[in-house]
Design a protein around this ligand. Sequence first.
Ligand SMILES: [Ca+2]
Ligand SMILES: [Ca+2]
Ligand SMILES: [Ca+2]
Length: 373
Amino acid sequence: METLPPLPIFPRVVLVVLVLASPVRASVEELQASAAAHPNLLHQFTFDGADDIERRQDKAGNGGDLVENFTEGTTAADLTYGAVGWDDTSDAVGTFRENPGPDISPNGRSAAFRIPSTTIPMTFSFEIIFQTFEAELSGGNFNLAYLLANRSADGSGRGYFLMQGSSEQPFGSDGSDLASLIGNSFSPTNEVTLAETVEPNHWYYVAGSYSTDGASTTFTNYIADLTAGETTLGVLGPTTVSGGYSTETGPFGVGTRYDGTGETLNGLIDEVNLYGAELSQAQFQENLNLLTGGPAPFIITEFVYDPDADTATITWNSTLRVNYAIEESEDLVSWNEVADAVGEAGKTTHIEMNVPENRQIYYRIKNLDEAEE
Ligand SMILES: [Ca+2]
Ligand SMILES: [Ca+2]
Ligand SMILES: [Ca+2]
C-alpha cells in the first residue's frame, strides 16, 4: 500500500477567481442563429444544403444567391461542396486556384463564387470563417486572393474587405498577408494588415466593420486563429483611409475578384455573414464565443511547492498575448508585484517563484489588460 508523504508546510495560496459567463454549447450553428437574428443581416452563406443550388443560397433570403465563377476551363469539379468545416454542424466549400501560377485570367485557372448583384450600404460589416491552403501566393503579378470584395464601376472605390496578399510594392512581393484595403489607392496607405503571415490549414474567424461617406472610410478589423485556440479577438484599427468601397449596385466576389477574372482563394470557406450596419467589437466577440465556448475562466489551475528548492510553480488559464502580473503578500493587504508574464497559446501559463523560507506568502495573478472596475 502506498503511503502518502506528510504534507510540507507550504505557503497558502489565494485563488483569485474571475468567472466569465461561457455558453455551454459552442458551434457554427450557434453563430448562424446569432447572425440570422440580427436585424441588419444582409446576406448569409452557410454552404449547407441538400444540393449545390441550396448550398449557394443566400440564407438571409435577400436575393444574394451565389453563382459559380470559373476561369480558363475550370468546372464545378474544381469546387468542393460539402467539405468539412470548422466543426461538424455545418459544411464548408472549397475554392480553387493554381499556386504558384498566374493569378488573373487569361491563363490563371481558378474556381470560386460571386454574388452577381448586390448593394453594400454606407455602414457595413462582415464576418467569415475560412482557411487558406497556401502560406504564400506566388507566381502572379499581384499574388492576391480576394475573400470578400467589390469595386465601383469606375474602378476608384475598392472594397477589398478581406484578401490574402498585400499592396506592398513591388506588387506581388508580399503574398503572405491577410489584409483589408479600402478606397481610391491600391497602396499600403489604404490598407490594414490583419496578419503578416497566415497559417495554412488553420481555420480563422475574421470580421470587420466599415463606415464610408465616399470621401473617406473608417474601419476596424478583428481576427482569431480558431485552430490555434484563440478565444479573444485581435483588434486592428480603427483606421481611416481616403475614398470608399463601392456602394453602387454591382457584383461582389466571395473567394475571388469582384469581376470574376481570378485572384482566387485556394482554400475553404465555412461561413460568410454580411451586415448592413457597423457591428461592435462586443458583438463580434460574442459571436466568436459562440464558436469557441468563450475564453477559459480566469483561474489558477495548479500550484506546486517544492520545499527542497523553495520554489512555487503557479499555473493559470491565460489568454494569448494578455499581460499578467504575479503579486505576493504576507498580510493580504499590501501586495507587491514580483513577476510578470504574457499569456501563451494553449491557455495555460506557468511561472516559477522563489519562496522565502519560514514565511507565509500569498500569491495572486492580475490581468493587467482588463480595465479595473
Ligand atoms: Ca458552413
Ligand atoms: Ca507578409
Ligand atoms: Ca505585409
